[in-house]
Design a protein around this ligand. Sequence first.
Ligand code: BG6
Length: 463
Amino acid sequence: MNYKFPADFWWGSAASGAQTEGIATGDGKGESIWDRWYSNDPSVFFNEVGPDQASRVYEMYKEDVKLMKEIGHNSYRTSIQWSRLIPEGRGKVNPDAVAFYNSYIDELIENDIEPFICLYHFDMPMAMQEIGGWESKEVVEAYLEFAKTCFELFGDRVKKWFTHNEPIVPVEGGYLYQFHYPLVVDMKRAVQVAYHETLASVKTIKAYHEAGYDGEIGIILNLTPSYPRNEEDPEDVKAAQLADGFFNRSFLEPAINGVFPADIVELITELDLLPDYTEEELDLIKANTIDLLGINYYQPRRIKKKESKSEYDSVMPDDYFDNYVWPERKMNPYRGWEIYEKGIYDCLINIRDNYGNIPCFISENGMGVEGEEKYINEEGRIDDDYRIEFVSDHLKYVHQAIQEGCNVKGYHMWTCMDNWSWTNAYKNRYGFIAVDLEDNRKRTIKKSGYWYKEVVANNGFDD
Ligand code: BG6
């Protein structure tokens, strides 16, 4: 069968500033929560490798853009590090950062690669965390000023902006399950953080639209379709709906429909967990919705009714459902995540049917592999056939969704070149391009990179 994609499909990959740039506090960059956490406790990070050890895009971006072009990219997402551009989070702008991002953006455009820019990818400036991070309305205002500065500096050339990458992750990581700074476990504070992320997003969307830029602004959400263990069991079905509410609809609904999901509002009201909010803010949320949705899809959630008590001494979302490990399901043996290709299709159909078929694209999807060095062939190239299979299997479902009327504009794999990833550092490799940590971050295109080049050249593939 031939899988042909629409003309002008966005082919590319995604990354983030903090995960790629390197030299963590060099050239005027301020400290982020990751820099602080690493200097406080390097043992948390895989092999004790910190954000300063990211893949050195700050120095190597010209070479990297050539490689992106070599493997067919017509678009690429990264993020502007808030703490690089405005080292203290607000106030003085770092001229070296302006020069770097200008040159990087120009280099992409000169090579016919459209830059997609995200404004927040988990990287709170430490000075902002010290005044409360996303719990604080002052930080919401500081973020808005940072976003406006980005629009003023780069908005003449960047036409696709995103306010957040996976806003649920700082909520889960920082305020529920302790895998991001500030390592808090407190559902009430988590709800406030989630609310402020949405508030920051809508204020930014309003500012972008009001300034009349020629471009689009959206948000990137990691959608994890929630499937009940047993469709016939109403309690499993209810549990799966609640999990969907917490992890997907809590950002999807306000981003697209301008309201928070009624079932989640009802539950957090009963639990006395409502955030501080004003009617005026709710009106802003209602009036300022996104132009474009980025969907990150890696794996689904398999949900069953709650059977065991949460291990935490606090109200938690998972007091209401259990994530169910389904042993007979297909797993990524290198990362322990389920591979369920149809989930990407289900996400897209959901947007078509329940969210006005808003323009969207796959903004992340990919396969993390630990120990990938063992697949290096005699010529020094990684033969990652498993990744080719993973991406093509998902693309088939994206193709099917487009055939069925979904408004899908593109596909970005995570990621272009192997990058540093939060506490996992370089444990799981995801790139089309390998980065040799032992040899000056030398880049080598993997088999999947050459495969992708062909896919883009043909605007699809045969099977
Ligand atoms: C995505 C994030 O959810 O997962 C990325 O947006 C992250 O920032 C990626 O790198 C992979 O995560 P991990 O833990 O497998 O390296």
